[in-house]
Design a protein around this ligand. Structure first.
Ligand code: 2HA
Ligand code: ZN
Length: 264
């Protein structure tokens, strides 16, 4: 039934496209990474009322800013390379209950959601409650960016932001709010979610020490582009280092000129 909804299927197609990029980039070993996208605005009233495929899943805390909202989420243990091929066999469409305390899977198959779903929903809930029109939470494992998080001096928001911004002008433009840092936490935990939400007050991209990257935004392609641009900067930095020299980086003036030129 939802397969007839062209707008929704186009968005699912963009999710599958990005899942494919995560795999081909080498950022999604085994079941690494997860995606959730708020698709409420793309659903008809009839689709929003689809019956649940099984029993409701309770949530840890009520998601008061997400009552009745609908998400596509990748499945627990599912591989990005297969999400790319068949998003409905490796993820599902879920609906948050009207009181925000549980969710139902409503399409297309009863694929249990990513282990990070409670964290993703807390982030969606936080961002919407601040009035940010956030639709996407994207988590992935880019090798080069994770590499930076193994080096203590770079586990500093200002320092890592300055280094990556200064490798190419696009980075300053495409990631204008810079990078938040979350010290190591066990994957999938409430502590990791809460520490990430704290960083989302100021940033749209957060580095998780020795684990991965989380980006939020209004559009899945833009979320991917932000991480991809940071990865490009990291590659330039490491390529220069491997060639035996310290990359000069853009000057403060050059970075500030971009703020004026692009109204950042
Ligand atoms: O979904 O990447 O952080 C697998 C993960 C957990
Ligand atoms: Zn991960």
């Amino acid at each position: 039934m939802i397969g007839d909804n062209k707008e929704l299927m186009a968005e699912i197609g963009r999710i599958a496209e990005v899942a494919g990029y995560l795999w081909t980039k080498g950022w999604a070993e085994r079941n690494g990474g997860n995606i959730s996208v708020n698709v409420t605005d793309l659903m008809t009233e009839q689709e929003k009322a689809l019956p649940a495929l099984g029993a409701p899943y309770p949530l840890l805390a009520p998601m008061t800013a997400l009552c009745g909202h609908i998400f596509y989420v990748t499945g627990t243990g599912k591989r990005m390379r297969y999400v790319a091929q068949d998003p409905f066999a490796h993820g599902s469409v879920i609906r948050i209950a009207v009181d925000g305390t549980s969710f139902d899977i409503i399409a297309e198959q009863p694929i249990p959601s990513t282990s990070e779903l409670p964290s993703h929903l807390m982030m969606h809930n936080y961002l919407r409650s601040c009035g940010r029109d956030n639709k996407v939470v994207l988590h992935t494992h880019p090798t080069d960016l994770i590499g930076f998080t193994h080096c203590q001096p770079f586990l500093d928001s200002e320092k890592i932001t300055r280094v990556l911004w200064s490798m190419i002008p696009e980075c300053r433009i495409i990631v204008p709010k810079g990078i938040g840092i979350v010290p190591y936490e066990i994957p999938g935990t409430l502590d990791l979610a809460l520490a990430t939400i704290k960083q989302l007050e100021k940033h749209d991209v957060v580095f998780w020490e020795k684990h991965g990257i989380l980006a939020v935004g209004e559009d899945i392609i833009e979320c991917f582009d932000a991480i991809d641009t940071l990865s490009k900067s990291a590659q330039i930095f490491f390529a220069a280092r491997m060639a035996g020299y310290e990359p000069e980086g853009m000057t403060d003036q050059q970075l500030d000129d971009l703020v004026l030129a692009f109204g950042l």
